[in-house]
Design a protein around this ligand. Structure first.
Ligand SMILES: [Ca+2]
Ligand SMILES: [Ca+2]
Length: 687
């Protein structure tokens, strides 16, 4: 059966991208083909013949599997776009086959509602919750994802059987998800431009996928947790200003207390986040994602580096065995390169401190310290930039099977380096200055003590990073977009077209691809380290971080909504290895704070008179152990699971299963579910 449906175009509400365009309200995926054009821009013979035929075949294949296709050309005629959307009848069949999760209403699954695999028989508005952005119970993201899967699915299974690698010979470029204009508008109004309002997390997650949703949940949670240290930090700053004005040093009796407070706040924050995340796993149905995760496309394609070994092949996805020994070789290479970079950081930072202490005062006078501080901040950013150039390549070479594994390896690499690069100068000022010889020089702290120097260093690094990262984050995609738009407009102007009439497909095709949430997490985690590790050195760090993050949420949201293409389907169970990174930072922050109290600041002097080095060491050791013990006690006492919520969710799941059972019962007593299972096993076997 073949049918071509023309998607509805609703007039009235218009998109943010272009006020002259009517929004496209059917979730759709765009296939992009490049036409062979000569220098003057007219279509060549070759294109007119072979490629046109091939595109016709693609269109026919899509229509045959009951997808609807609408094609258009870019204004300069260089590109052909196929806008593919999925009619509801096709969506229902495919969803039932794939057992796509849809949500039962609280009425059908009391008390909270629960996720169930879709089945057509139960699909009524009273049982299945209508999606907030798609059609019927499906979200627009689910619909796009089904379309995407149908592209490459074999023909006999009901897919279009497209082979993108082969199609590239005929000008196929890529495909991408088109933004769903009305939802983008709603998100912009309720999320992107709202400063204090609660984030519409459920809609964000439905529209952008679990991974993005989880990131914003984390960012929001972290930001609201920062209120406590931000307020205490302001008070602390006042006490420090007072003691500076009276005694010339920022040390005062509150310093040790504040350090302990921030360390414990870090512990409580991590525990609370785990609890919140667990709750989200129920609400968003991501509990078992990692067990069902599919291999990465790059892993499947790298056949020349994999070996076929009988019995180890996964025929379902053409997967072959990849020897872990080979992977180990690549990991060793990555580790070595990481160490080289770390050594470079150690050397550069030490050298900058020697310049700052020995050379700059002669050349620049009193402003030498400022120049040294800025130089240190700049060197951190340059080293980060260089390392980021190689880390993705290295992880790619390791050939990980799933996205989660890939990301975990990337995070490990990234954190090992960034930890040293971001915090080494602080360790250096806090513990090395005045105590050890560095590269043949003995560097000293000013007369007021090392605390002031640590504060200066942290101040320069933290504030310059906040500033530059925000500038890069807002600036880069905005500039990219402008350049694309400018080029497109220029080309069109040369041909005498009106730039306003470009189709939405064309506009979004020129947007850059969304790079994912990796760097966003990284920025927050490094910031968390600056806030917690040397708490007393810059108590305002928490306040500055809070202010930054209130802006950050909106910047990241608007970036996603207006600067990039819509991200394709993605899922995640939790924030992954970032958990471990946060946990490590919390533990290290206990140690650094205690060491800071003991060796860098003179805060202890207000409590104990005439401290010897030996007694300092004892106090540090005891304080550290007490705090670590408190960390363990707190983690045990504050369960990561809210039991009441969990029981309610489990009860809802149970109720949902019962409801599904009754609904699927056919008049002669056979449960539809068993039929489905048979259908599903046939489906996966054949695939
Ligand atoms: Ca930022
Ligand atoms: Ca960000």
């Amino acid at each position: 059966m073949s049918q071509v449906q023309v998607p509805n175009r609703h007039k009235g509400s218009v998109g943010a991208g272009d006020p002259n365009l009517a929004p496209i309200n059917d979730p759709s995926v765009i296939l992009v083909f490049q036409r062979a054009v000569d220098d003057k821009g007219s279509v060549t013979e070759q294109d007119a013949d072979k490629a046109v035929k091939e595109r016709g075949r693609v269109r026919a294949a899509l229509v045959t599997c009951n997808l609807s296709v609408e094609d258009s050309k870019s204004l300069d005629e260089k590109y052909v776009f196929f806008r593919v959307s999925i009619p509801m009848s096709t969506m229902k069949t495919e969803a039932e086959r794939r057992m796509l999760p849809v949500r039962f209403t609280p009425k059908a699954a009391p008390p909270l509602g629960a996720w169930v695999p879709f089945f057509a028989k139960g699909s009524t508005p009273s049982t299945m919750e209508p999606s907030s952005d798609g059609k019927g119970p499906f979200s627009s993201l689910q619909m796009c994802h089904v379309i995407e899967e149908m592209f490459t699915m074999e023909k006999k299974l009901g897919g279009a059987g497209l082979e993108f690698e082969k199609l590239k010979e005929f000008g196929f470029v890529e495909y991408f998800y088109l933004h769903h204009e009305s939802i983008r508008r709603i998100l912009e109004e309720s999320w992107g431009v709202q400063w204090i309002a609660k984030q519409p997390l459920n809609l964000v997650r439905t529209y952008f996928g679990d991974k993005v949703g989880l990131y914003f949940a984390f960012l929001g949670f972290y930001t609201s947790s920062l209120w406590v240290p931000a307020i205490v930090g302001v008070l602390m700053t006042f006490t420090q200003l007072y003691s500076y004005s009276q005694f010339g040093s920022v040390d005062n009796p509150f310093v040790p207390l504040y350090c302990c407070f921030v360390s414990l706040w870090g512990v409580i924050f991590c525990n609370n986040w785990k609890k919140f995340e667990h709750q989200l796993q129920y609400e968003w149905n991501t509990r078992n994602f990692e067990t069902s995760e599919k291999p990465r496309a790059a892993f499947l394609q790298a056949t020349n580096r994999t070996q076929t070994r009988k019995g180890l092949i996964n025929p379902e996805v053409n997967e072959v065995f990849y020897s872990p020994t080979w992977r180990l070789v690549w990991i060793t290479l990555s580790a070595s390169i990481c160490f080289v970079f770390i050594a470079m950081v150690l050397f550069t930072t030490s050298y900058i401190f020697i310049l700052k202490d020995v050379t700059f005062p002669h050349i620049f006078g009193p402003s030498g310290a400022i120049i040294g501080g800025i130089l240190n901040a700049v060197s951190i950013m340059i080293m980060n930039f260089l390392y980021e150039l190689v880390e993705h390549r290295l992880t790619e070479l390791e050939l990980w099977r799933t996205d989660t594994e890939y990301e975990d390896s990337l995070i490990a690499k990234d954190f090992a380096f960034k930890f040293v690069n971001s915090y080494f100068s602080l360790f250096f000022t806090a513990f090395v200055l005045g105590n050890f010889h560095v590269l043949g020089h003995r560097l000293s702290c000013p007369a007021e003590g090392c605390s002031n120097t640590v504060m200066e260093t942290l101040g320069y690094v933290f504030i310059s990073q906040l500033f530059f990262q925000q500038l890069l984050e807002i600036g880069v995609p905005a500039v990219q977009k402008r350049i694309h738009a400018y080029r497109a407009a220029k080309e069109l102007a040369e041909k005498g077209h009106e730039p306003r009439t470009a189709s939405r497909e064309q506009i979004e095709f020129f947007y850059p691809k969304y790079p994912g949430v990796f760097f966003d997490y990284q920025e927050m985690v490094i910031q968390f380290g600056y806030v917690t590790m040397f708490a007393a050195a810059l108590p305002l760090a928490a306040t500055l971080a809070l202010l930054n993050n209130i802006v950050e949420i909106r910047v990241d949201a608007m970036k996603l909504l207006t600067c990039y293409r819509r991200p394709s389907f993605n899922s995640a169970q939790d924030i992954g290895s970032w958990h471990h990174v946060l946990d490590i930072l919390v533990t290290i922050s206990i140690m650094t704070n205690v060491a800071y109290i003991g060796f860098t600041s003179d805060g202890l002097g207000f409590y104990f008179a005439d401290l010897t080095m030996n007694s300092r060491l004892w106090i540090v050791l005891i304080a550290e152990h007490v705090l670590l013990l408190m960390k363990i006690v707190l983690s045990t006492m504050m369960p990561a699971i809210d039991e009441k919520v969990m029981y309610e969710h489990e009860a809802s799941i149970f109720a949902a299963n019962q409801k599904v059972h009754t609904l699927k019962q056919t008049p002669d007593g056979v449960v539809q579910q068993d039929l489905n299972r048979v259908a599903k096993s046939t489906f996966t076997d054949a695939e």
